[in-house]
Design a protein around this ligand. Sequence first.
Ligand code: FE
Length: 197
Amino acid sequence: MTTDHHHGTPPAPVERRAVALEELLVEQGLISHEDIDAVQQEYETQLGPMHGARVVARAWVDPSYRERLLANGTRAVHELGIEGPEIEHLVVVANSPEVHHVVVCTLCSCYPWGVLGLPPNWYKDPPYRARVVREPRVLLAEMGCPLEESVEIQVWDSSADCRYLVLPERPAGTDGLSEEALAGLVTRDSMVGVEVL
Ligand code: FE
């Protein structure tokens, strides 16, 4: 980790803590600066929702893959060569015209990094974590995802053991698109369940 990305702006307290921790760990010989840079690099470039988008697009075009994905998410994403962290027990839940799924971690911020990358700040914030359980329909509407009263909302609470990925519905009018083009339509938020494509 470098301390100069803000070009003269004093580092925030959390950055100073991170730097102090890093120095301590290096001093103790537990880790090297290179190790930390490598991890940071991987998280910035190798992880992200593009992996989840590939999974969703494959499920849209291949009904047997979709079946395998819903039966065993971890095995099915491994099938596509996706091997990132925090997807050792991945459960995929499919939206339908009747049911909309949305994912939270009420306890902290558990999230399927291997398919979605690192969680956005709002996912980690207490208001999202509380309100998505208490008043999911109101919150989703506020987040730009209004749902018909007739659509049932299912909220999935992630944990250290089990992470969830929402399989959004394929948008209308996309019949002619290639799998790659379809993957380009899939957003992170749609795979958390706070957006409908
Ligand atoms: Fe958590």
